[in-house]
Write a protein that binds this ligand. Structure first.
Ligand code: PMV
Length: 311
């Protein structure tokens, strides 16, 4: 039997603009994970695969799934990648504690965990670079036009400075950052949000390109502050990034409510994270504010609040 897993992720800075070639920063969130367990299935014909995915109540033979089902596709792409044509019947059992459609990278983490566990079970473990490339193909099914940031941070499991089409850049974290992640409880489609931005960008390219440029500058300042351990500089940068996301039209009243509640309770900065429209937001806190901000987020409607440390 082979088991592999991958963490969730949050985007600290730069979502949406990253689709248009600007940089973004994302970090793994390790207390939520997707895990895949692959093992031989007794008394079944060679080459058949049974898939269980508990979080989405999926249980059945792979061939019976829609040909575009993301789990079927990652299994098939992995088989192709390792050149497996004749193998004993297998079961692929997927468990994930990463909320679906919340901007925490659940789809990417499932793809990465499955590609790793299956390739290992078949005796040809794939290097990160290939796992990342396969997971990116599946992100296209999930998101239409993904930048590739989700699969990258989830595969490499470290803070990444990401720019479409460029080699993955990591960076040192000068001083640990504590963030609270607050969930609006609204599931939101990344594909819809990304498409909405595209439509608005088509209508007014000049304004949107200026917003994306401004986000790019914010991302670079944030990276510099993180590397230098100048965490106090990050709060205003998060607030500024949030304003630009508001201007892009990807926020939502529920997100705004949590962002404002966090700031009023003493967070140094707060913003939505991921595609927006629902999903999660982030608040930058320290030891003195963490409890009050968590209480305020719950009072403002967050259905879950958890801390994560970037180090
Ligand atoms: O999957 P999410 O909700 O974290 O959003 C992905 C981030 C976007 O920039 C909105 C899209 C992308 O592919 O980069």
């Amino acid at each position: 039997m082979t088991t592999a897993s991958a963490p969730g992720k949050i985007i600290l800075f730069g979502e949406h603009a990253v689709v248009y070639g600007r940089p973004a920063i994302a970090v793994p969130v390790r207390h939520v994970r997707a895990t895949a367990e692959v093992q031989p299935l007794e008394a079944q014909p060679r080459g058949v695969i049974r898939i269980e995915s508990h979080q989405i109540d999926l249980s059945g033979w792979m061939d019976a799934l829609d040909p575009n089902h993301p789990i079927r596709r990652i299994v098939e792409l992995t088989l192709l990648e390792v050149g497996a044509s004749d193998f004993p019947a297998l079961s692929v059992d997927i468990r994930s504690t990463i909320p679906v459609a919340g901007g925490l990278g659940s789809g990417a983490a499932v793809s990465v965990a499955v590609a790793r566990a299956l390739s290992q079970q078949l005796g040809k473990p794939l290097p990160n670079e290939r796992v990342n490339a396969l997971a990116f193909e599946i992100e296209k099914i999930h998101h239409g036009n993904p930048s590739g940031i989700d699969n990258t941070v989830v595969t490499y499991d470290c803070p990444v400075y990401f720019r479409r089409g460029q080699p993955v850049g990591s960076f040192p974290v000068g001083k640990p950052l504590t963030l609270l992640v607050g969930d609006t409880g609204l599931s939101a489609s990344t594909a819809t949000a990304v498409e909405g931005v595209r439509v608005r960008w088509e209508r007014d390219r000049q304004t949107f390109e200026a917003i994306f440029d401004s986000i790019g500058v914010t991302v670079d300042r944030a990276r510099e502050a993180i590397v230098r351990g100048e965490n106090q500089r990050l709060g205003p940068l998060m607030d500024h990034n949030q304003e630009l996301l508001e201007a892009m039209g990807v926020s939502a009243p529920e997100l705004r409510r949590l962002v404002w509640a966090a700031r009023e309770a003493g967070a140094r900065g707060a913003k939505l994270s991921g595609a927006g429209g629902g999903g999660n937001m982030l608040a930058l806190v320290d030891e003195t504010s963490v409890d009050a901000v968590a209480v305020a987020l719950r009072a403002a409607g967050a259905v879950s609040v958890f801390p994560t440390v970037v180090s």
